[in-house]
Design a protein around this ligand. Structure first.
Ligand code: FES
Length: 498
């Protein structure tokens, strides 16, 4: 199934050259999503020598596969932050996130392609059992000083509410790919060296050297803006990893207008409209699923089915998915970790705003301005009581999966018996391989053992990838890394491929 986001399909391409040299700089940012690009711009404007390395294209990771929604609350709910921490921390979260949205708005003034629009966030329930969640969120937002009110109905075109409707005013939406591409251009203009197709293959954190296939960067500081930090970091043990699926349809006759529409519940969707290039789209994103332990195609089709039933849109035009990393206590991890690198991760599904908060905070920190919020978000914080239960529940599921994987042998079949489009975990010559035969007949067989910390990968039928359930590393059928903490590719099986 072709998976391209509406953002990446409709934004101008970036077009930065690959790193072709051994260079030195003050700060190396690894990752060309909203965090890395915003940071590169801010540092270049400070007059620092900054290099940005992106494995694919600018925005090709989670930024270009997000929903484009910007909000002061969080997708898990400000009420969740208030109950895990307290109202003061919830207020800090809102303050930081509001400031990030204002910053993005400012950057969009000269960039009409970013389609920045102020709009309300509407949260509602379709089942009586979810009413309480709506009210708790309203109260938490009100205590944090947000302009929030209750309504008794949702705009025409959305599935009806069965209870209170919460309206949080003055949130925003943008075209995230167009935004980040323009920011990267401005960063380059301000002096940043930006390189696409420059995957870091080796990271020497002690000597601050990153090596790609065609060059290396020695830096005074390294910032891992890779959504999940590359290599071994303590935060990986504290985060859960999920994927969610989205579909952009041609808009139908019903149009609820500008807004971030969230409906709670098992089938709940996040819905928004987009007007771009003379076309009108309705975008629906569904609930999240734990990476590596769900049926990706079924999850996507479920979103498409529910959205078609309740929104009655035109035909589906784009389908995509994105991964998110959720911290154990509701706050992101931003700051220096035990390797000496600066990291920014644990954004859950709120990464456009948290990524901007992180970039601004790190840029200020590197300029010698201590940021109290960054200290709260320190990767080294010890707050087990604020998230132990969630983490334990997720980890039990993961451990069960891993034990099953290691006790279950692969199929005793010849790799040659795989039909085009088939995948299998295969025992062959005393080893377990992850095998896939492409539609054109080419056979790929790679080690099934994730190069990060050794869990077994699982097949993702929608995105033709091998996904690791432990910390979310994902690999192409040929073993090369797509995303996640793994740096090395899955080892390819050389012989007996027929
Ligand atoms: Fe950590 Fe696979 S991502 S073991």
């Amino acid at each position: 199934m072709d998976t391209t986001s509406v953002w990446r399909a409709t934004a101008p391409g970036p077009g930065f050259a690959m790193l072709q040299d051994d260079v030195q700089c003050d700060v190396l940012a690894v990752g060309g999503g909203i965090t890395g690009v915003t940071l590169a711009l801010l540092l270049a404007e400070q007059g620092r020598r900054v290099v940005l390395l992106e494995a694919g294209e600018i925005g090709s990771g989670t930024t270009g596969h997000s929903t484009g929604n910007l909000y002061a609350t969080t997708s898990q709910g400000l009420s969740e932050i208030a109950s895990r921490w307290d109202d003061d921390v919830a207020r800090e979260v809102v303050t930081q996130r509001k400031a990030a949205i204002d910053f993005i708005e400012l950057q969009c003034r000269a960039n009409p392609l970013a389609v920045f629009t102020r709009c309300p966030l509407v949260l509602y329930a379709r089942e009586a059992s979810d009413d309480r969640g709506v009210e708790e969120e309203r109260q938490a937002l009100a205590r944090a000083g947000c302009l929030v009110r209750l309504d008794d109905r949702v705009p025409a075109g959305l599935p009806a509410a069965r209870g209170p409707v919460m309206v949080l005013e003055d949130q925003a939406q943008l075209q995230p790919q167009a935004y980040v591409v323009e920011l990267a251009r401005r960063a380059a203009k301000a002096g940043a060296s930006i390189h696409e197709h420059s995957r870091v293959l080796d990271l020497d954190t002690r000597n601050r050297v990153a090596t790609t296939a065609t060059g290396s960067v020695k830096a005074g500081e390294i910032v891992l803006a890779t959504h999940s930090p590359k290599g071994f970091h303590l935060v990986h043990a504290e985060m859960t990893v999920h994927r969610e699926y989205a579909v952009a349809f041609e808009a139908g006759a019903q149009d609820p207008g500008a807004g971030i529409f969230w409906w709670l519940g098992e089938e709940g969707l996040s819905i928004r409209m987009l007007g771009q290039g003379g076309k009108r789209y309705v975008i629906a994103a569904g609930p999240e699923h734990k990476t590596g332990v769900h049926n990706a195609k079924a999850s996507l089709l479920a979103v498409e089915h529910v959205a078609t039933q309740v929104l009655q849109p035109g035909p589906p035009l784009y389908r995509w998915s994105a991964q998110n990393y959720r911290s154990h206590d509701g706050l992101p991890y931003i700051g220096r970790d035990h390797t000496g690198c600066l990291i920014a991760t644990g954004f859950s599904t709120d990464g456009l705003t948290w990524g901007t908060v992180a970039a601004r905070g790190i840029a200020a920190e590197l300029a010698g301005q201590a940021d109290p919020f960054l200290q709260r978000c320190s990767p080294g914080r010890f707050t087990p009581a604020k998230g132990a239960r969630t983490l334990a529940e997720e980890n039990v599921a993961t451990v069960r999966t891993l034990v099953e994987d290691w006790l279950t042998h692969g199929q005793q079949e010849q790799l040659s018996s795989l039909a085009p489009g088939d995948s299998a975990i295969v025992d062959s010559e005393g080893e377990t391989f992850a095998a896939y035969r492409a539609r054109d007949g080419e056979l790929f067989a790679v080690s099934a053992v994730c190069t990060h910390l050794g869990c077994k990968v699982r097949w993702n039928s929608m995105e033709t990838s091998w996904d690791c359930p432990c910390h979310g590393s994902r690999f192409r059928p040929d073993g090369t890394v797509i995303e996640g903490p793994a740096i090395a590719a899955l080892r390819r099986k050389q012989a007996q491929l027929g």
